[in-house]
Design a protein around this ligand. Sequence first.
Ligand SMILES: [Zn+2]
Ligand SMILES: [Zn+2]
Length: 474
Amino acid sequence: MQIKFLGGAGEVGASCILIETEDRHGRPIGLMLDCGIRPGVEGDKKLPVLAGLREAYPLKGIFITHAHLDHTGAVPYLLKLYPDIPVYCTRPTRDIMDVLLTDSARLMALDTDSSLLYTEADVRYTMDLVKVIEFNTQVKIAPDIYIRMMQAGHILGASSILVEIHGIRTLYTGDYSTQSMKTVGPQMFTHFVTSPDILITEGTYGDSVNPSVNTEMDRLADALRQTMEAGGKVLIPAFSVGRSQELLLMLRKRRLDAPVYVDGMIQTMNLIHEANPDFLHPSLRFKSAGESIFSSSTFFQVRSKQQRSAILESTEPCIILSSGGMLSGGTSSFYAGRILQDEKSMIALVGHQSPCTPGGRLLEMAVSEAGYVGSDIPERTVDIGGSIYPVRCMVEKYNFSAHADRNGILSTVETLHPSTVFLVHGEASILQKLAAQLKSNGSDALIPYTGDSFQINEQNYRQLSLKPKAVLLP
Ligand SMILES: [Zn+2]
Ligand SMILES: [Zn+2]
């Protein structure tokens, strides 16, 4: 059996792992775990290394951990090259993936500078191949080859995948959280898996400790109140899945005395959350039928350009929660131009910002301690959609994370007690620090890079009752 890291190794983006093996009858097969893109990168550079897929190992399935594009965005492209392969995922992942892939195909079609990797028709073809599977159910893929998806936390429907090949168990965590969030509970795989032969874990925040969500929510709520009292508006550009729903629940609970305008794809994602109650955090699961979890008398949906303009024209303080978390797409960029220039207003950055995006530029200017930027210093400018704006509003960064942090990853590895650990989905420097920490705790970890493959000597795992460490032949 070979494990090939086709993307998302030594990097965040284009997560894609290929396992090549043979079934009990000696027939070669391939299993793909995730097939994502590098968001914010142009054309083919977005893609994992798909060119080298060997026809000798026909793909039996593509197994998707969760709907984020860095795990799904290349699936329609792959299915153009290799049609008719089933795509396995949970029901919410299917629903969210449908929306995100369709949107991504539409955006590519509009962007004439960039190559069109796939169309909306390709997305429809992909969605027709999706097979929904339940959490914690073993699915037979071929003789003596099974997979099982388990709750990963992170976002609605996110799963970690256990692959069993002739008794060799490989656990791929995907993106996971060890702390409960408001919309979803934490990872559950440590309840179902012990001592896997191989663990492939994400390490996005493997060198730091996340602040408590409640502390950050308190800090954000205070800043919202202050801005409302000063007569300003707050723009919260947010990713439409996960973070937006977490914020809506927080805003609903805190009952700030200001209207909250919700714009963009967030509304569709709210409906998907409500349509999949079994995957929600238990505290949200048993709401009475018909009650919307993400609505309140002070929340208003924005549906038109006229409405957006009216909100900006009004002198009324308000909170705008809008899709387009990095201000490079979605509806948030529509609001940003005006908000940026108003000293009384604020932009609250609540998610990851890639350096080459407007959000990344604003992050450089974010005031870590509360305080207004206030003045129009020449270099405090940002390019949004080709227009340069001075940054006069307050810009604040809040550290919400839907990923396990260093302590979460260390305790997960310790609990699982795997024979072999691979660290993926993180910047190489962060993964190296994490590997050093794991080593000092007594676990060796390997850091593969995109393009690396490892031959797994199955005999070593089978013959030794003690868990072997040195079984990999790079
Ligand atoms: Zn993710
Ligand atoms: Zn990811």
